[in-house]
Design a protein around this ligand. Structure first.
Ligand code: FAD
Length: 342
């Protein structure tokens, strides 16, 4: 049987694999065991030997593409690196994390190898053949499927597997040579979408979602948008949570209404937004309407604070709903967090 190849890449340090890469390693290891197939792991990193040390306990064959050219994500170099690793491994099944770095190049690499690709895979199974699972129609329908085409590339949705955590050690890394075309693209810096304030943190345990209520007239008849912004940023700073938003709140800027300047459509959760996978979520000042809540499908523990006892959250969409004023609750929580930071 041809080996299963798992493609991985390092984080900004260049010498440690990303969490999503280690999740793909877990998936590859489990599948290789299930199918009794050999496992090959391809590592793209500036310091590949250091990065690969985390894989010692996998007992897999390790291939690497290494060097300064692979420090930063760039289509030409990353696609060439993955193509070389795939050719060296000669695998019929390639697993890779659905990171922004690999999502950009994986389809191109599959095409170069005459293969096919499926993305947003949430689970793998099957005993004699591979069965991949993904959600369709904005996370409403779950499908399980198999393909005969080879090589078959599967991009795994980050957050769906347990990251591999075997004891690190020295591993033998086979270096694969890559001939790069003359570079035409250089990364000169990063401009965050959220105006310098990094509020989207996919690895955070908690997701705080802000709804339009934060900028609506409050019981005193006034709007308190500045205070709302301070409370939300205070909570993020104290808890390390990621920030999501309802569509109504991020749309308000275009309507000339009070806005929270650190929010963009990148924060939007829902049918036309993202579907994050944090362990816990706390919705604040949001009504819990279906097109928004559909994005909460994979949040483990859903809680909401709303003034409205008839909001969507109370109708079976949240595990716990606090009928309370979010301004008061978050102010108190921030006070407690500032003395007892997690
Ligand atoms: C095709 C389609 C796709 C859509 N896709 C999305 C999507 O992807 N994501 C999305 O978010 N929406 C989406 N929507 C819009 C969605 O239906 C809702 O309109 C939107 O989510 C409502 O946002 P909201 O709950 O923040 O605002 P509102 O409905 O205005 O609710 C504000 C809530 O805040 C509460 N509140 C006010 N003050 C306080 C306070 N001090 N303390 C506690 N609570 C308070 C109020 O009681 C109210 O319940 C979509 C709609 C359509 C038609």
């Amino acid at each position: 049987m041809k080996p299963i190849l798992v493609l991985t890449h390092a984080d900004e340090s260049g010498s440690a694999l990303t969490k999503a890469s280690l999740e793909a390693v877990t998936a590859g290891k489990d599948l290789a065991q299930q199918l009794s197939a050999p496992l090959v792991i391809g590592v793209i990193a500036v310091h590949a030997v250091a990065a690969a040390s985390a894989l010692a306990a996998t007992e897999a064959r390790i291939l690497s593409v290494t060097g300064e050219a692979f420090a930063q994500a760039r289509y030409a170099s990353d696609a060439a690196a993955c193509e070389a690793l795939c050719r060296a491994a000669d695998s019929a099944l390639v697993l890779a994390p659905g990171s922004s770095r690999f999502a950009r190049i994986a389809a191109g690499v599959a095409h170069r190898l005459g293969g096919v690709i499926d993305t947003h895979i949430t689970a793998l199974g099957g005993s004699s053949t591979v069965e991949a699972t993904r959600w369709f129609y904005r996370q409403r329908v779950e499908g399980v499927f198999h393909r005969e085409a080879s090589p078959w590339f599967l991009l795994l949705e980050p957050g769906t597997q347990t990251a591999f955590t075997g004891t690190p050690g020295t591993v033998q890394v086979e270096s694969v040579a890559v001939e790069l075309p003359a570079p035409r693209t250089y990364v000169t810096g990063v401009r965050a979408a959220s105006q310098g304030q990094q509020t989207i943190r996919p690895d955070a345990k908690l997701l705080l979602v802000a709804g339009a209520g934060w900028t609506k007239k409050q019981p005193d008849g006034q709007v308190h948008a500045t205070e709302a912004g301070q409370l939300i940023l205070g909570f993020l700073g104290n808890s390390g949570a990621s920030l999501g938003s309802s569509k109504s709140l991020v749309d308000q800027g275009g309507e000339g209404q009070p806005v929270l300047p650190f929010l963009t459509h990148m924060n939007q959760i829902g049918q036309t937004g993202s579907t994050p996978r944090h362990a816990k979520g706390l919705s604040t000042c949001c009504h819990g309407e279906e097109p928004h809540v559909v994005g909460w499908r994979f949040i483990g523990d859903r809680r909401a604070i709303s003034l409205d006892p008839n909001c969507g959250w109370t109708r079976g969409k949240a595990d716990v709903v606090y009928i309370a004023d979010a301004f008061q609750v978050i102010a108190k929580v921030n006070e407690l967090l500032s003395v007892n930071k997690p």
